[in-house]
Design a protein around this ligand. Structure first.
Ligand code: SF4
Length: 326
């Protein structure tokens, strides 16, 4: 029996390279080994983007197409929209009742986001409860594992604690323990050296044109100690080099040599990087362009995913209600 895994993304805008190497590539590799359920979590998007709610609907379709263009296969994987399966909110309500407020207030990711993100209003009741809805997403499908990045570990731990508390309170073993599957690729930084994020406007998007990629690559921070071209560089301290390691590993030794021996300047090094990024993105962009022509087919795929997801979700909710109320 294959294990079930659940993962999700918020449809808040264009996908970028950080999504590709931090999540999608991992998901694609997991499709054959696990029963995969991947959600486009629009309720989560609304929590932070309630003022731009109209864009969420459009972003959902874009996200489904981006996933499929990268290699998510709806014949192997359940791909659905969270709000199309109302059981997520039903379980969220029940889990909210048993989750102590202190667990949410102490959550380090919550505190960090309140501090760092100033472009959106996160001072809401719903945003504090974000991890409870996340727990509901996972537990609804009794996922045994969740592919996530390291920064999401505190949320998963909270989901595990909520599951344990539920099992303990209602003397059941309904919810299984859920393990993280950490993405093997190191976290990709944005062009300004901070975490790559739409909120920081430092991302290279999967849909960026050649010109946009070239410009963004040229704006990347490099080794601060390499002032002139004749200065030998320190590639391990340069964000550009970290991109080579991920997107053009065959070139990383050459880059190391030309940088440390001052054989090439940073402008040329970044130009070569942008060509390598384009090489990686071109097939994705071509597949995406063919999917755009068949948008109705994408909605059909999401509807098929909804039916499959809801069948599992309904059964779990019935079991939960049996345990809680009877
Ligand atoms: Fe970075 Fe390349 Fe410049 Fe070296 S040559 S500092 S790796 S951009």
């Amino acid at each position: 029996m294959k294990k079930t895994i659940f993962s999700a993304m918020r449809p808040t805008g264009k996908l970028h390279l950080g999504h590709l190497v931090g999540a999608l590539q991992n998901w694609i590799d997991l499709q054959d080994k696990y029963n995969c359920i991947f959600g486009i979590v629009d309720w989560h998007a609304l929590m932070g983007e309630y003022a731009q709610s109209k864009e969420i609907q459009e972003n959902m379709l874009d996200m489904a197409m981006d996933w499929m263009a990268c290699g998510i296969n709806p014949e192997k994987t359940i791909l659905f929209v969270q709000s199309h399966v109302p059981e997520h909110l039903e379980l969220n309500m029940i889990l909210s009742c048993i989750t102590p407020l202190g667990w949410l207030e102490r959550n380090p990711t919550y505190k960090e986001q309140l501090r760092e993100i100033t472009t959106r209003d996160l001072q809401t009741y719903a945003f504090l409860g974000y991890p409870v809805l996340q727990a509901a997403d996972i537990l609804l499908y009794k996922a045994q594992a969740v592919p996530i990045g390291e920064d999401q570990l505190p949320h998963l731990e909270l989901a595990r604690e909520i599951a344990r508390r539920f099992n303990h309170l209602y003397k059941t073993n309904l919810f299984l323990d859920c393990e993280p599957i950490l993405t093997p690729t190191p976290r990709l930084l944005g062009v300004d050296g901070r975490k790559m994020s739409k909120s920081y406007q430092n991302a290279i998007n999967l849909s960026d044109s050649e010109e946009e990629i070239r410009k963004k690559a040229q704006s990347m921070f490099t080794d601060p100690r390499r002032i002139k071209m004749a200065d030998p560089g320190h590639p391990e301290e340069c964000n550009v080099y970290s991109y080579y390691k991920i997107f053009a590993p065959d070139l990383k030794e050459d880059v190391y040599t030309w940088c440390t021996k001052a054989q090439k300047g940073c402008t040329e090094c970044k130009k070569i990087l942008s060509e390598q990024l384009m090489k990686r993105l071109k097939p994705i962009q071509e597949k995406r362009a063919s999917l755009v022509k068949h948008k109705n087919r994408i909605w059909d795929i999401l509807e098929d995913g909804r039916q499959k997801a809801q069948k599992i979700a309904r059964k779990t909710i019935e079991e939960v209600k049996e345990v809680v109320f009877k």
